[in-house]
Design a protein around this ligand. Structure first.
Ligand code: MRU
Length: 359
């Protein structure tokens, strides 16, 4: 099979065609100009898709990794169970190494490895079917979680409120509704009027390219601003709440999200505006004590110097620092909204309670 990505058109962000045994994603790098679906078959294509942010957003890369594990398992030649498992683990490690900050990626890979271990002694078709069902389950579960997060998030808003959001945590970054934009989409469905300010989100422009696109299509009143305009819209009194997603939440409530998020939180504190982080419990990493332990992905300087520009907009050899995420200190976060409810400080008490099995 060729390593070149095959191009086809469709609309769901991650779609597995069981009959044709093919994994499709919407190539988010082409949005909003073009909504195009691409097929990814080999490990190289999958690493390219995740690394180049063709598929992105913490829950979406988790869902995608679930299906990748199934697709890759189908290609494993080793027949002996231990050798099969060792190879699957190796492939999973390669996927995880691609983007280190979002915990959902490693969470999904671990989940699929667990499923493989459970069914390792069964015949190959049964083992593969279990991995397929595992991937479908991760996707369905995310749809359900996004709906619940959106419902909880909506309870924090009132008719006419202005909401500022950063990056993209909507349907493209998840499976359905999304996290931070979920309540905004739900509000639109229910005829509730809100005014949304979407930060453009330099350097990859997820806010401009994806959030503005998703919200506008859903009929939400959205105004696009540059990242450095957040302060003035807050000062003008146009923002009653900030809603952002997350890539990894530490046990103390520190939350990693797209670069620039912590600046928004600092501004929100200055202007007395509540700052909410929305995400599924699969994004909470209780093994990570604080934000200090979260590894921040650093990306290619070319994203700052020339991507999206017709001509390079910086001296070719200028030194650049391009961290993809930053960590918002828990003291700046008013609440963390999950599918299990709204957690308030102190997070060292409210976050562990989410995992208490008592529901
Ligand atoms: O680098 P990206 O575009 O994958 O970063 C995405 C974000 O930071 C999102 O806010 C986060 O993943 C939450 S998506 C529900």
């Amino acid at each position: 099979m060729s390593d070149e990505i095959q191009l086809v058109t469709h609309v769901e962000n991650i779609r597995y065609d069981k009959e044709g045994e093919a994994l499709f994603i919407i190539d988010q790098t082409l949005l909003p100009g073009e909504e195009r679906e691409i097929q990814t078959c080999s490990l190289e294509q999958m690493l390219d898709a995740i690394g180049k942010l063709r598929i992105r957003g913490a829950p979406a890369i988790g869902i995608y990794a679930g299906f990748c594990m199934y697709v890759l398992a189908r290609q494993i030649q080793e027949t002996e169970p231990a050798a099969f498992y060792a190879r699957l683990e190796e492939l999973g490690d390669a996927l995880v190494a691609c983007r280190p900050t979002a915990v959902n990626l490693s969470w999904a890979v671990k989940k699929q490895l667990g499923t493989a271990r459970e069914h390792l002694q069964e015949d190959r078709p049964r083992l593969l079917e279990a991995l397929y069902q595992g991937a479908v389950e991760i996707q369905r579960d995310d749809q359900d979680k996004c709906t619940r997060i959106s419902e909880y998030g909506l309870t924090l808003l009132q008719e006419g409120d202005g909401v500022l959001t950063h990056c993209n945590a909507g349907p493209l970054a998840t499976s359905h509704y999304g996290t931070a934009p979920g309540p905004l989409l739900l509000a639109a469905e229910r005829g509730m009027k809100l005014r949304v300010f979407a930060d453009e989100t330099r350097p990859l422009l997820q806010g401009a390219r994806l959030t503005a696109y998703e919200l506008q299509r859903a009929g939400v009143d959205v105004t696009l601003i540059c990242d450095n305009m957040a302060s003035i819209v807050m000062k003008n009194g146009w923002v009653q709440a900030c809603f952002v997603g997350c890539d990894r939440v530490a046990a103390n409530g520190d939350a990693a999200n797209k670069i620039g998020t912590s600046g928004v939180a600092i501004l929100a504190k200055h202007y007395g505006i509540p700052f909410y982080v929305l995400g599924p419990t699969s994004t909470i990493d209780m093994a990570c004590r604080s934000g200090e332990q979260i590894r921040i992905e650093e990306r290619d300087p070319e994203e700052i110097k020339r991507l999206w520009y017709e001509k390079p907009m910086a001296p070719a050899d200028v030194k650049c620092y391009n961290p993809a995420f930053d960590v918002t200190d828990h003291s700046l976060i008013t609440a963390i909204v999950t599918e299990k409810g709204i957690c308030r400080p102190p997070y060292t008490a409210s976050l562990p309670a989410l995992f208490d099995n008592k529901e």
